[in-house]
Design a protein around this ligand. Structure first.
Ligand code: FES
Ligand SMILES: [Fe+2]
Length: 438
């Protein structure tokens, strides 16, 4: 039982705190799906996941089973994964190739790659009825809007709303930073992704991503163990593989150092964490990569590209992007207490294999379900969600450095030496409240 009963949704969010039922109430979850996930631009996947005509990949947008598919003309469509006849899922596999058209496995209605009805067996049976090729209800339903930014495909299930570019706003830097680091200006996906189902509300994951306070607490034990081995190896052979640094940084970058970084918080709940973990040493692999980049872009542009000071970008409400390491996590809420994350990484086109191996090492060591880093986070997400059931307080606090944020040119910055500010969570919940009111 709640100690205070507040039926009004608008009263669930205050600038520095949020009612706990925002995370636990199944009715609020349904409303979130309607008003947020099934309206805004949601990441579907990368175009390189479906290189050939007929290739499809399934995904979930809000509560809707969807698929993205490439047509013979190269155009990508995003369709509801549903046959208009009796509702059968059009494809049951995660991904595959439909051939020249989709054919429903139940009664063999066929559809073009853009979803349009192609044929119904013995269709004279429908003569004089409401069904037939010209009735749009007999075609597969399409996502209202689809846009592609530098290979990253997004869809919105609402015909109304801002364009993808406008929606992304300053968070568009996530995709520019990732692609610009490729000598060919493009990335390609590495199939397949890791999938993790977290036993917690989707917002708990997003709030954690730019929570600069937690790494040196939650990941300290892993970081310390890696640091010990790193030191030992360096002593023995002069240097340790860079992958140790990816883990040891969780122990050596202490809370006061995280405070030196900064978050930039934009309208719509998007945020950027500046600061870089020092993963650009002058080792032979990096030097070889730099040479290729300078050849491709010239010295000046090269310096600009590698000088982009980003560690992590949140594209609210569905993406966490670590562009300098070509990683991306897509958030797919399943229910009020279940969240699927898809953990993808990408190759920089034209970059040496060793640079890809570096991205792969980070993927495996920091973001994969098998690393202790991820397990440490998952345990806390689950415990947060469980703890919220306690009748011991109605509010979740986002008060760290509240009142000291700096408002600047339409965005909010954490104050100097306040990188651990809870400003990103305040920004996310502000956007949440705006979407839920709309
Ligand atoms: S359900 Fe698809 S053809 Fe009948
Ligand atoms: Fe973490």
């Amino acid at each position: 039982m709640l100690r205070e009963h507040i039926p009004d949704l608008s009263k669930c969010v205050e600038p520095d705190r949020v009612r706990r039922e925002v995370y636990t109430d199944p009715q609020i979850f349904e409303l979130e799906m309607q008003r947020i996930h099934e309206r805004v631009w949601i990441y579907c996947g990368h175009e390189s996941q479906i290189p050939k005509a007929g290739d499809y990949y399934t995904l979930q947008i809000g509560r809707q089973p969807m698929l993205m598919v490439r047509g013979a003309d190269g155009k990508i469509s995003v369709l509801y994964n549903r046959c208009p006849h009796r509702g059968n899922m059009m494809v049951g596999d995660r991904h595959g190739n439909a051939g020249e058209f989709f054919r429903c496995s139940y009664h063999a209605w066929t559809f073009r790659h853009d979803g349009k009805l192609r044929s119904i067996p013995m269709d004279s049976a429908y003569a004089g009825t409401r069904f037939g090729k010209d009735n749009p209800d007999c075609s597969m339903k399409r996502a209202a809007r689809v846009e592609n930014y530098r290979g990253f495909v997004f869809a919105s299930l609402s015909s109304e709303g801002v364009s993808l570019k406008e929606f992304l706003g300053d968070a568009i830097v996530a995709f520019d930073d990732m692609c610009d680091r490729a000598p060919e200006g493009e990335v390609e996906v590495v199939p397949n992704c890791f999938r993790v189902i977290q036993h917690s509300n989707w917002k708990i994951f997003l709030e954690n991503q730019l929570d600069a306070l937690h790494p040196s607490v939650v990941h300290q034990s892993t970081g310390r163990a890696a640091h010990d081995i790193e030191k030992k190896l360096a002593k023995q052979s002069g240097s340790a593989p860079l992958s140790y640094h990816m883990l040891s940084a969780f122990a050596t970058v202490t809370i006061d150092k995280w405070d030196n970084f900064q978050t930039l918080n934009y309208p719509g709940g998007h945020s950027v964490l500046t600061g870089y973990m020092g993963l650009r040493p002058q080792d032979p692999d990096t030097v070889a990569y730099d040479k290729i980049m300078i050849k491709a872009y010239g010295q000046k542009r090269f310096e600009e590209i590698v000088g982009v000071n980003i560690h992590h970008v949140i594209v609210y409400p569905g993406l966490s992007v670590q562009s300098p390491l070509q990683q991306l996590r897509a958030v797919r809420p399943l229910s009020v207490d279940r969240t699927l994350t898809e953990i993808w990484h990408f190759r920089l086109k034209g970059a040496p294999e060793a640079i890809y191996r570096r991205s792969l090492a980070y993927y495996n060591l920091v973001n994969s379900p098998s690393t202790l880093i991820n397990a440490d986070d998952l345990e806390n997400f689950w415990k947060c969600h469980q703890g919220l059931a306690a009748d011991a307080g109605d509010w979740v606090s986002f008060g760290r450095h509240f009142g000291r944020d700096i408002e600047k040119d339409g965005h909010v910055e954490s104050g100097p030496n306040m990188g651990t500010s809870e400003a990103p969570m305040r920004g996310q919940m502000k956007a949440w409240a705006e979407y839920m009111r709309a």
